[in-house]
Design a protein around this ligand. Sequence first.
Ligand code: FCB
Length: 443
Amino acid sequence: MTKSFPDGFRWGVSTSSYQIEGGAKDDGRGASIWDTYCATPGRVANGDDGSVACDHYHRWAEDLDLIKGLGATHYRFSIMWPRVMPEGTGKVNETGIDFYSRLIDGMLERGLDPWLCLYHWDLPQALQDRGGWTNRDIVDWFGDYTELLVTRLGDRVKSWVTFNEPNVVAWVGHEEGRHAPGITDPRAAMRVAHHLNLCHARATRVIKNHYPDVPVGFVLPMHKGYTLPHRREQDAHLIDLFEAKWNGVFLDPVYYGRYPELIIDRIEPHIQDGDLEAIKTKVDFQGLNQYFPSYIQAAEGAAWPFKHAQPPNYFRRTEMGWAIDGDCFYQTMKILQDDYGNPPVFITENGGAFTDIPKANGQIDDQDRIAYYTEYLEALLRAKSEGADIRGYMPWSLLDNFEWAYGYEKRFGLVHVDYTTQKRTPKASYDFMRKVISQNALP
Ligand code: FCB
């Protein structure tokens, strides 16, 4: 099999605002739901929070140099809504806009296309106090926020991502409660899912209204469901429902203007006349994140008739405990190819947390991460050779960073961050990725 990527294949890198920026008290930034979540005892490992993170708010130029040094041509970053609109609506924080404006200019100066993500989970706390994603007014709030960014930054943005992982926002944030805002209400989560879809469509229209030719998409970590080998027969019927929940709820209305049959009774109470017509929008590209295969098993008495199961022991695992499975990645790309009309796909996140012990000279020889990337990139080439329209790849992530409820314990970066000194040290995987990019091929 070829180890080469096609000409014009795009290489980038991804980060997110709350995970790297810090600068929590600087220049009029408002509070986000992650500030509140982190301040709630027991929510985040070691009581960590994103108030300093990688101090990217002050060190962004050095970080852009690292991206350029990789040979990447684009950068997916996100805007922290409360940094530009501290109350979520109304008053604009000009210093916040200036920060992102300088950041975008810095990208262009270094030959990096700005890929702007509107929402990577840091909702203004002021909006949460008004019901957050459960309040249908959020469609207008999100529309106004998008309008602000489009009019102030849109002249330089090359691609827009409306949402990072709306399924995680709905299910992990509002059903499982393992992410901010920490709600555990399955009915509310369904409502949130529908509002997220409406917001995606609203934002797409706002952007297209100003820049009809600039690509807009959203990012989904698609989940392929698997049963445990010894429960294959009993649990097989659960896979479709599992995939409808994690993938179909967010893909089907956008691509086809309908929700999956299997969950329609759960979401119907939240749908109003005209909603499905409004949500169906052209997707210029599909962002696909990929980390692990989802093993499930039957569960009784819960909101859904399944629960997560530990994957079989034959998988190698990352530090997150996530099974490493390039074939699952291949399967998700094939689902997009076969079931969703083979849209242009950008892999917007993929990577692993590993232990990363610095050697005496400070270098990190993360061969396990290199093996991980090799396995997943081979899967990408396989799907591509079978016709899946994969256009580009962005590893997660540039830097070690604040990994949500895991705090700073888990490191995903190509670049190591010493959180005491904020010193950045590229790992062996950074050099590996730099070579892959420069040769446009796996070694
Ligand atoms: C994804 C998130 C990203 C990061 C990785 C490890 O679900 O989008 O912010 O936490 O997982």
